[in-house]
Design a protein around this ligand. Structure first.
Ligand code: B1M
Length: 211
């Protein structure tokens, strides 16, 4: 088994203590940080499939998420890019009712490395909290909304609507998360959508530079 396969297997099995060391060993074995990240994301896909199949339950999902987060901590400095440009502040969070934060954290990390200052509101964030954060922070050019559950798609829609109907200006709204699509983003009036963290960087820059 290659180091990268070991990382994947240990994330799947929620080996929180072993994953950071294995990620470091994979880096030392000259696997690219992007490939290691891809393996960890794939591991979470397997975890989700097992949950759907009823072979694992919420605690196992949670521990796998913790293992992945520990691995991402080791990868973070290796994924950071050019931070020399200043593209303003990105307020980001997972919408109300939703506690999933791994994808949102990856997007925040990559968008930060592209030159944005990040204000991360965390998970289960109400529309009002997003609005307050736009008011309270300087030079907000982007608001990022993440949603992972079908049941929180209405909260995503309501948050976009509340931001767009507020008297605040000067920022674009980007949405993402597994159930979100470009068609849905268009329908709910978001300015942009990205399917993954790499795409989020491209879309964030495009939205802000076009403003
Ligand atoms: Co939950 N969960 N979960 N879960 N969970 C899913 C999402 C699910 C698909 C699993 C399944 O059934 N197969 C399913 C949702 C089904 C649906 O609604 N369509 C589900 C469910 C049902 C639930 C609960 C309801 C389970 C229960 O209690 N019975 C519950 C809900 C709790 C709540 O939120 N209120 C629940 C709880 C949890 C845990 C807390 C145990 C844990 C989350 C821990 C944490 O995040 N800290 C968890 C986990 C780990 C998962 C899976 C297994 C993995 C999610 C993940 O981290 N993926 C997930 C199954 C799956 O995704 N296949 C599942 C890896 C991550 C890198 O990908 O988050 O998609 P992702 O992010 C990507 C893109 O989506 C995109 O870029 C990211 C990076 O590439 N992206 C953006 C994300 N946000 C973006 C924002 C952008 C742009 C792109 O712009 C701003």
């Amino acid at each position: 088994m290659s180091k990268i396969e070991e990382v994947k297997a240990h994330v799947e099995n929620g080996k929180t203590k072993l994953v950071p060391g294995l990620v470091q060993e994979a880096l030392d074995a000259e696997h690219s940080p992007q490939d290691i990240l891809k393996a960890m994301v794939a591991a979470m896909g397997v975890v989700g499939d097992k949950f759907s199949a009823g072979t694992i339950f919420v605690p196992e999902m949670l521990i796998a998420a913790k293992a992945m987060a520990k691995g991402v901590d080791v990868l973070k400095p290796h994924l950071a890019g050019d931070t020399s440009s200043s593209l303003g502040t990105c307020v980001i969070g997972t919408v109300q009712g939703d506690l999933h934060d791994i994808g949102k954290n990856l997007v925040a990390m990559m968008v930060e490395s592209a030159g944005f200052t990040i204000v991360d509101l965390g998970v289960d964030v109400s529309a009002q909290k997003f609005i307050d954060a736009v008011k309270e922070n300087e030079n907000v050019t982007l608001v990022g909304l993440s949603g992972l559950l079908s049941t929180t798609m209405p909260a995503l829609k309501d948050t976009v609507k509340a931001l767009k109907n507020s008297d605040l200006t000067g920022f674009k709204v980007m949405v993402g998360g597994a159930p979100v699509t470009q068609a849905m983003a268009d329908e709910i009036g978001a300015d942009g959508y990205a399917p993954d963290a790499g795409g989020a960087v491209i879309k964030a820059k495009e939205l802000v530079r076009a403003a």
